[in-house]
Design a protein around this ligand. Structure first.
Ligand SMILES: Nc1nc2c(ncn2[C@@H]2O[C@H](COP(=O)(O)OP(=O)(O)O)[C@@H](O)[C@H]2O)c(=O)[nH]1
Ligand SMILES: [Mg+2]
Length: 635
């Protein structure tokens, strides 16, 4: 059964609530104050089943909105999820300010279909009704309610005149309007939160996308809390599930009423990120004042509202009646996705000035050089899903876009994201997608970094993988994939942990391996009484350059440690020194402090002054000791 949401719109006292009641039998003015004062303050709800022209049943959910100019905020909370609008105009008053404002809002939100209803037809004569009808036709021309495609129906909620015709027109338009997608990722903007005896926390809203079943887990935005659906009601009756296009009430476990409020959004878990920055296409009403760069406005989307700062992405000022790309910075995070519509109201006095569509809810930080934002947003506005994915991946250059982040950025299911990703010419680096161009860039970065390393370190066989990755700041997956491609094509080689240009690696010949052992042994057996390096090297069957290379390798691998320009120690000797010092500290501690001077240090270690001073300075650098006058405090 198709479910469609019908919203009322129009000036106060034009008979919106009376019309909803005449159609559905339900009084949408639910608040005590509304009943007492006879005016609608907040949004109210009703429902009706109608046979479609095909005979199939249609389920209509009604959102009745307040017409008073003071309550446009509440009207906006209701209108966000509607599929078709009933623009209510009283025949005895014709078009009034909120007729215009509500109609503007419907147009800015891109409501696609609707019916103009001339109410209170009993209160005017036929001639007057004709005049108003002409006025309204003129008013609607060229809009989504253009009289050539949308009916204008005169009714009286008092006498019932015209109601059968209106129901017929409603059924026809509701059949034609596209249904909301019940297979899409679930989103339910919350419009009411309350407790019900015996149930606990209940929220209501118009399910704008997806399906919600009992026991589903949902995430509350922007707070990120998890909730479990204990029960589902659709149009006031228990149901196994609610589908997109239905007025939905959910009984939730895992939250209290305090945690929730109108404006929050329930959504598929682990998919979306709330945002405070969106790139949009914004249209300014002809009646508005020019909108300047940096202007503050009220931002409304679905049931949420916040303050936003408008930053122009092309011309510095948006002229009335024009539209252009605008970046909005929101005062509070919220869940917004590409394609979402929003309304802007002037900061003060508060009137509706424009509205638009979110093109990108995950803009990259503004930096230079920046991707071409205008071209990117043009793609977002009119590209195919394949083009959109390609552009979203390409703008991230070598950082790439994780496949896992695609559903949240594009508001598509994972299966769809995977299908798209395999259908476009992108490079898959494990879980990361990069453009073909970025993959080439990544390889160039690797080659340059390796070349630069060789230039600076002629004696070392290559750069370690981790250092190379850190230098190029590529994601691990992109790094590994690019390296694999380059070694496959023999553009780079890998020996152990080292990456180098072909032919530049360290090839240890037998003699060299032997020499390495000799050097290491000479130092490890000497302890702190180390031999002079040139003496060790002189005893090897190797030329000086090769011997020096081996020492450099041993230093890099931290087998040998340079303590001063002349002194090199084996790491095991230095480890032993630390142990000795720690043992000495345990014995020599007086009043919490252990000190040692050069004499005691020589005694402790058996080294001469020539060695003691550089060793103590080394220990200072290593923060094992701290010099205080002629002594050292052992730390
Ligand atoms: N004569 C007449 N009065 C109506 C009709 N519809 C509504 N009214 C009256 O107009 C007033 C405002 O109606 P209401 O539905 O509350 O208007 P809303 O502010 O647009 O919701 C109420 O006193 C209604 O009884 C109608 O078709 N004929
Ligand atoms: Mg009302």
């Amino acid at each position: 059964m198709k479910s469609v949401i019908v919203g009322t719109a129009g000036h106060i006292d034009h008979g919106k609530t009376a019309l909803v009641k005449a159609l559905t039998g339900i009084d949408a003015d639910r608040l005590e104050e509304e009943k007492r004062r006879g005016i609608t303050i907040d949004i109210g709800f009703a429902h009706l089943e109608l046979p479609a022209p095909s005979g199939e049943a249609l389920r209509l959910g009604f959102v009745d909105v307040p017409g008073h100019e003071k309550f446009v905020r509440n009207m906006l909370a209701g209108v966000g999820g509607i599929d078709l609008a009933l623009l209510v105009i009283a025949a005895d008053e014709s078009i009034k300010p909120q007729t215009r404002e509500h109609f503007d809002i419907c147009r800015l939100l891109a409501v696609r279909r609707g019916i103009a209803v001339l109410t209170k037809s009993d209160a005017v004569d036929a001639e007057m009704l004709d005049v108003v009808r002409l006025e309204v036709e003129e008013f609607l021309r060229g809009s989504f309610l253009d009289p050539s495609q949308s009916p204008i129906v005169a009714v009286s909620s008092l006498t019932g005149a015209g109601l059968p015709e209106l129901k017929q027109a409603l059924a026809k338009v509701a059949t034609e309007v596209p249904a909301k997608d019940s297979t899409a990722l679930t989103r339910l903007p919350i419009d009411r939160v309350f407790t019900m005896k015996g149930f606990g926390t209940v929220v209501t809203g118009t399910l704008v996308a997806g399906t919600i079943r009992k026991e589903d887990e949902l995430e509350v935005f922007p707070v990120g809390k998890r909730v479990r659906v204990r029960g589902v009601q659709v149009h006031g009756e228990s149901a196994d599930q609610a589908v997109a296009g239905q007025r939905t009430a959910l009984n939730l476990a895992g939250v209290t009423v305090k945690d929730l409020a109108r404006g929050m959004m329930l959504a598929a878990p682990e998919t979306f990120q709330p945002t405070t920055r969106v790139d949009t296409r914004l249209a300014l009403l002809p009646s508005a004042k020019p909108l300047k760069h940096g202007a503050r406005v009220h931002f409304h989307a679905y049931t949420m509202e916040t303050i936003a700062e408008a930053r122009m992405l092309d011309r510095k000022q948006l002229k009335p009646g024009d539209e252009q790309l605008v970046h909005l910075r929101l005062a509070e995070p919220s869940l917004l996705l590409p394609g979402d519509r929003f309304i802007l109201r002037q900061f003060s006095p508060v009137v509706t000035i424009g509205g638009g569509i979110v093109l990108d809810a995950s803009p990259l930080p503004r930096r230079k050089p920046q991707y071409d934002v205008a071209a990117f947003l043009a793609k977002m506005a009119s590209g195919s899903p394949e083009e959109i994915l390609t552009a979203r991946v390409a703008r991230r250059e070598t950082a790439g876009l994780r496949l896992a982040d695609v559903p949240g950025e594009m508001n598509i299911r994972m299966e769809e994201a995977a299908r798209l990703a395999s259908g476009v010419p992108l490079t898959r680096c494990g879980a990361v997608l990069v453009s073909a161009m970025a993959f080439v860039m990544a390889q160039a970065q690797l080659r340059e970094a390796v070349q630069a390393f060789h230039a600076v370190n002629p004696l070392v066989g290559g750069i370690s993988r981790e250092e190379l990755r850190a230098q190029t700041s590529l994601p691990v997956e992109v790094f590994e994939q690019a390296l694999k491609r380059m070694t496959g094509e023999k553009k780079l080689e890998v020996s152990g942990d080292l990456v180098h240009l072909p032919g530049r690696g360290v090839v240890m010949k037998d003699e060299e391996t032997e020499s390495k052992k000799i050097i290491e042994q000479a130092f490890s057996s000497a302890g702190l009484q180390v031999p002079a390096l040139y003496n060790v090297l002189a005893g090897l069957k190797l030329d000086k350059a090769r011997a020096q290379k081996i020492v450099t390798l041993l230093l890099r691998d931290k087998v040998l440690v340079k303590v001063s320009e002349e002194l090199v120690f084996h790491q095991s000797a230095l480890a032993e020194l630390r142990r000795q010092l720690a043992a000495y500290k345990a014995k020599a501690t007086v009043a919490g402090v252990a000190k040692i001077d050069v004499g005691k240090f020589k005694e402790l270690t058996g080294v001469s002054r020539k060695y003691a001073i550089p060793l103590l300075e080394y220990l200072d650098r290593e923060r094992m000791t701290r010099r205080v006058g002629d002594e050292r405090v052992i730390l």
